[in-house]
Design a protein around this ligand. Structure first.
Ligand code: FES
Length: 110
């Protein structure tokens, strides 16, 4: 069973945390199941960038990404080459390390 290590985030998860994942589950699903309040303004439909995260370890073990995810990611705050939308990135068999960016861009509330 792969594990997801969420690095400390000063508001959402100050101590960070490591959680077991079910193979085939998304990063967002692991977060929400463990009461990590990761934003997901479009309810996981790949239409916002609020669930943006950066994969610090295990990036290539995740499912591939679509052109639509790529387009949405372009709007994310703090975009990096190993950024993913946590609602789209499906966990494989490898442990991963995830950074939740300090800010997100929520066009719904701005
Ligand atoms: Fe909107 Fe992931 S929740 S793209």
């Amino acid at each position: 069973m792969p594990k997801v290590l969420f690095l400390p985030h000063k508001i959402i998860l100050p101590q960070g945390g490591e959680f077991k994942a079910i193979e085939g589950e998304t990063i967002l699903s692991v977060a929400l199941r463990n009461n990590i309040q990761l934003e997901h303004a479009c309810e996981k439909s790949c239409a916002c960038s609020t669930c943006h995260c950066i994969i610090r370890k295990g990036f290539f073990s995740l499912s591939g990404w679509s052109e639509k995810e790529d387009d949405i990611l372009d709007k994310a705050w703090g975009l990096e080459s190993e950024s993913r939308l946590s609602c789209q990135a499906i966990i494989g068999t490898v442990d991963i390390e995830v950074e939740i960016p300090l800010y997100s861009v929520n066009y719904v509330t701005e």
